[in-house]
Design a protein around this ligand. Structure first.
Ligand SMILES: [Zn+2]
Length: 295
């Protein structure tokens, strides 16, 4: 069997598996239960926090044989097709590479036709802010009079670049960065299933490094696990992540505090010679000061 990356292998398949976004998943679940689903949504937020994943689960909830249901079965042919990415009724479009007027005109033609198997055709447009002004204008016409069998989910990392005319026709959900604790818990669960030995401090380092993105954290765990062969040490992880150890950060902070410029420069020089990126060293130092002020 071919290798499946962690981010895909452990992608949530139900609303309650989505980590750190319960303010959104609960609202969507209620909308489905109360039959109050809007025809267009904007999912805004940083990368790797579950926007597309939530969009796919939402599509499944709408089209499941037993649905619409907040709790799709994940067993019927319609659910399985969506999981495998082969459903003809779920159209995932990358806004960055389909940003022109022609692509959106095609979409407008296509929108008229009924879904092939499911109840709804769900258009998921990723990075929607990349569309051209003309493309947005064309899209707006469809949003003004959408066919009843169509739902739109627009995902974006830069909602401020989406025209107000589009935003005002969508229900907006703001996805949050995922907390370090939530990422650590999630990585821990994956490590257990994969029989990986990873200490908590290593998981915390990975979680901090990924800056609230679950996908980035999973990619890091994946990468390091193939390197480290079953047991991941803090040293391995620091090396691969280009992280700076706490000991060094404490010495650096001490030399700054005691106004020892020469000492501080010596430490930075050593780190740079090890191949560390100076801009990253600064970020680690800021993080270190933040940790100190919180503790
Ligand atoms: Zn189903």
């Amino acid at each position: 069997m071919s290798y499946i990356v962690f981010a895909r292998k452990y992608r949530p398949q139900a609303f309650d598996e989505v980590v750190g976004q319960s303010h959104i998943t609960t609202t969507l679940e209620n909308a489905i239960a109360q039959d109050r689903v809007a025809h267009a949504y904007i999912f805004a937020g940083p990368r790797g926090v579950g926007k597309t994943t939530t969009a796919r689960i939402f599509a499944k909830a709408l089209n499941c044989e037993r649905g619409p249901t907040a709790d799709p079965c994940n067993k019927c042919p319609l659910c399985l097709e969506i999981t495998q990415g082969s459903s003809l009724d779920i159209l995932e479009i990358d806004g960055a590479s389909n940003r022109g007027i022609d692509e959106i005109r095609n979409l407008r033609e296509n929108v008229k036709f009924s879904p092939s198997k499911g109840r709804f055709k769900v258009y998921i447009i990723d990075e929607v802010h990349m569309l051209t002004q003309e493309a947005f204008n064309a899209l707006l016409k469809t949003l003004e009079e959408p066919p009843a069998h169509v739902k739109f989910i627009f995902a974006t990392t830069q909602a401020h670049k989406v025209p107000p005319t589009i935003l005002s026709r969508c229900q907006r959900f703001d996805f949050r960065r995922i907390s370090i604790k939530d990422i650590v818990d999630s990585l821990k669960a994956i490590a257990k299933k994969e029989n990986l030995k990873v200490e908590d401090d290593v998981l915390i380092l990975m979680a901090k490094h990924s800056d609230g993105s679950m996908r980035d954290a999973q990619v890091v765990l994946d990468q390091i696990s193939s390197f480290a062969d079953g047991r991941i040490s803090l040293e391995d992880a620091s090396k691969i992540l280009g992280a700076v150890s706490d000991d060094i950060l404490f010495s650096l902070a001490d030399s700054i505090k005691s106004r020892d410029a020469l000492g501080a420069l010596k430490i930075i020089d050593d780190l740079a010679n090890e191949g560390k990126d100076v801009a990253e060293i600064v970020l680690y130092l800021i993080e270190h000061f933040r940790d100190l002020s919180v503790e």
